[in-house]
Design a protein around this ligand. Sequence first.
Ligand SMILES: *[C@@H]1O[C@H](CO)[C@@H](O)[C@H](O)[C@H]1NC(C)=O
Ligand SMILES: *[C@@H]1O[C@H](CO)[C@@H](O)[C@H](O)[C@H]1NC(C)=O
Ligand SMILES: *[C@@H]1O[C@H](CO)[C@@H](O)[C@H](O)[C@H]1NC(C)=O
Ligand SMILES: *[C@@H]1O[C@H](CO)[C@@H](O)[C@H](O)[C@H]1NC(C)=O
Length: 281
Amino acid sequence: MNKQLIIYFSFLLLCFHYSNGATLAHSPAQAPSKHVAIAPAKAKTITPTKAPTSLPVPAVEPPSQVPLVPAPPHKALHTPTDVTKILEKAGIFSVFIRLLKSTSVSIQIENQLNVSNTLTIFAPTNGAFGALKPGTLNTLSTEDKVQLVQYHILPTLVSLQNFETLSNPVRTQASNTNDFPLNVTVEGSSVNITTGIVNATISGTVYEDNQLAIYKVDKVLLPLGIFGPKPKTKQHLAPSPTPLKPSKDTLIRLLRRRLSPLQKNPLAQTRQKGTSRTVLS
Ligand SMILES: *[C@@H]1O[C@H](CO)[C@@H](O)[C@H](O)[C@H]1NC(C)=O
Ligand SMILES: *[C@@H]1O[C@H](CO)[C@@H](O)[C@H](O)[C@H]1NC(C)=O
Ligand SMILES: *[C@@H]1O[C@H](CO)[C@@H](O)[C@H](O)[C@H]1NC(C)=O
Ligand SMILES: *[C@@H]1O[C@H](CO)[C@@H](O)[C@H](O)[C@H]1NC(C)=O
């Protein structure tokens, strides 16, 4: 009896299980299969379309930002201006470059540009030097050569439009305007330079930024102080720009003494010695 009951119940269970499995197998296969078949199809078509549209957007944006932002400010701010390189690139100033280097005025220019001073340079072309009488430069003393080169440099930035605002005689880097007068005349867009010996014309802009302007001139600017009828070579011995620096230093020293007389005395003394040496030399 027990065995029969067990067999019977197990048969019933099997039947029940089978029928359930059959109904379960039929019902999901028919009804949900339609829903599932449609829904995943939509979901699959929707999610891929959403995913690609959302992914390429950040992928496209970075390349468009990268090239625009970092490139220009680095170049403009941190590359020191090299005047001889600029002139070399122009290709027609090799004699002037040689003079700048042999007189060490190129180093003075570099220093002045390093401390953010502004300058205007009149660069005579090789043709301008070629038009000089033979031996004009060779007969000059090194001191006169320095003055000649410095005469071609103004201690301020002058744009082409601003030449008419200058008052004659214009100050140059040469020792003084009495021995080294330089007059500028403007007519429309043309700028002429008169030294008293030669008349020159600005024939083009070689370089211009917010610190430095270099103009091409068709003549070497021969100053009266060197090439005039009465050259005053003895007055060239006193250099004009040096007195400014010691006066600043003495002011700073006086301020330091007042601020901390006890603590910074040894420092102040060493600095006094240092400056007094430079003043004497
Ligand atoms: C000017 O500054 C540059 C770097 O900023 C330096 O290499 C160069 O020696 C400086 N020149 C002078 C003459 O001080
Ligand atoms: C500049 O010089 C040229 C000739 O060298 C002359 O024709 C012109 O009138 C001058 N311009 C001025 C403003 O002096
Ligand atoms: C330069 O200009 C000044 C003032 O106008 C004048 O006195 C002087 O004679 C001029 N010098 C030359 C060389 O043209
Ligand atoms: C320069 O120009 C002035 C007039 O602007 C003229 O008197 C003088 O002779 C000229 N000098 C030379 C060397 O051409």
